[in-house]
Design a binder for this molecule. Structure first.
Ligand code: SAH
Length: 344
């Protein structure tokens, strides 16, 4: 049987474990600080703890740490893309983006994905496994160590469907936003989902202050089913009701992500239908020109179409932004780096 993953324990759980080990409660605080503030990569780094105690910890617990196997830096905008190796040899990707308001990190929540969205490279080989809370944290911790800069925003928009790893996601949020840890505010965290309705409802009931982003990408069920298999399970109507529920429970504005695919979902009619969906909700629309992957023949919408689409939404008083395309020169699309690495 594998050992307990120490970095996924909250302070209370850690204190309980220390007492069970016959140690004093304050050991938990010391360990917690080493793991979540000083970002130690192993028990060995915890130099103010006795050798005996560290040895005891090593015998009792698993300690996760990532190894950067590849780092790419964009010559265009300084975006950095990291390929990290996990303890079992699997790799995940994370992205570091510098904005005016601070540094943002995009993390993966699973190794691979089983959602099957047609335009996405992360799902081509299916789901390998879910990430532990510690492995989600590690992506942020390792990037903080490697860049030497504080991370101010986190988006769970890398490989994987966070709602398909719900319990670990919640634990990750608890640890990331803990005042004894990195203390990143809930408002600085965005979780993106392809739209798993029961989990979105559950998340609403947690009454967190995080931003929920829904990958909508189409305005009719028929069109959405062609792009996203999950649309066979939940209708757009159910999704909109759930978004309203999330807003009612949390007071947080929803983000709709809408990847524009040339000739597929970027017409004037699509824009009009999106207005109809967005209007009744307190939401923000983020347009993403689709990032073409070689395994599929989707193309991005032209500059003119993107602008027209945006104008139509704005004319109807919908908050809209076009996602700044960062790191296009470094395999920017979800899952492309990992795939290339695996093939290589
Ligand atoms: N599974 C979650 C989060 C990961 S994907 C979700 O579906 O939301 C993050 C966002 O990138 C989603 O909106 C996804 O649909 C979008 N995306 C994936 N591949 C893309 C591509 N090649 N071009 C543009 N957007 C893409």
């Amino acid at each position: 049987m594998s050992k307990t993953d120490i970095k996924s324990l909250n302070m209370q759980e850690l204190e309980q474990r220390m007492l069970e080990l016959g140690e004093k409660k304050f050991r938990a605080k010391q360990l917690y600080e080493w793991m979540h503030v000083r970002l130690a990569r192993s028990f060995d780094e915890m130099t103010n703890l006795s050798k005996e105690f560290r040895e005891k910890c090593r015998e009792t617990y698993d300690y996760t740490a990532l190894n950067a196997v590849q780092v790419q830096e964009s010559a265009l905008d300084g975006t950095k893309k990291f390929l990290f190796e996990l303890a079992d040899g699997n790799v995940v990707e994370s992205v570091w983006m510098k904005y005016k308001f601070g540094n943002s990190v995009c993390i993966s929540s699973q190794v691979g994905c089983r959602m099957g969205c047609r335009f996405c490279a992360s799902t081509l080989d299916g789901l390998e496994r879910c990430l532990l809370p510690s492995e989600m944290l590690d992506q942020i911790y390792e990037i903080t160590r490697l860049t030497g800069e504080r991370v101010s925003n986190v988006v769970v928009m890398g490989t994987g469907e966070p709602m398909d790893n719900y319990d670990n996601l919640l634990k990750f949020i608890e640890l990331l936003t803990d005042k004894n840890g990195l203390n990143i505010s809930q408002r600085s965290l965005t979780v993106s989902t392809c739209g798993i309705v029961p989990r979105m409802q559950q998340l609403a009931d947690e009454k967190l202050q995080i931003t929920l982003a829904l990958s909508l990408h189409a305005t009719t069920d028929e069109k959405r089913r062609k792009l996203m298999p999950i649309a066979n399970q939940y209708s757009i109507r159910e999704l909109m009701e759930t978004c309203q529920y999330y807003f009612d429970k949390t007071g947080r504005r929803i983000t709709f992500e809408y990847s524009l695919v040339g000739g597929v979902n970027d017409t004037g009619e699509d824009a009009q239908q999106l207005v109809a969906l967005a209007k009744p909700l307190n939401c923000h629309v983020n347009l993403i020109p689709v990032n073409p992957i070689e395994e599929r023949d989707y193309v991005e919408s032209g500059k003119k179409e993107v602008q027209e689409f945006k104008n139509k939404l704005e004319k109807n008083k919908i908050h809209v932004t076009i996602r700044r395309e960062m790191g296009r020169d470094i395999d920017g699309a979800c899952g492309q780096l990992r795939r290339r690495h695996k093939k290589g």
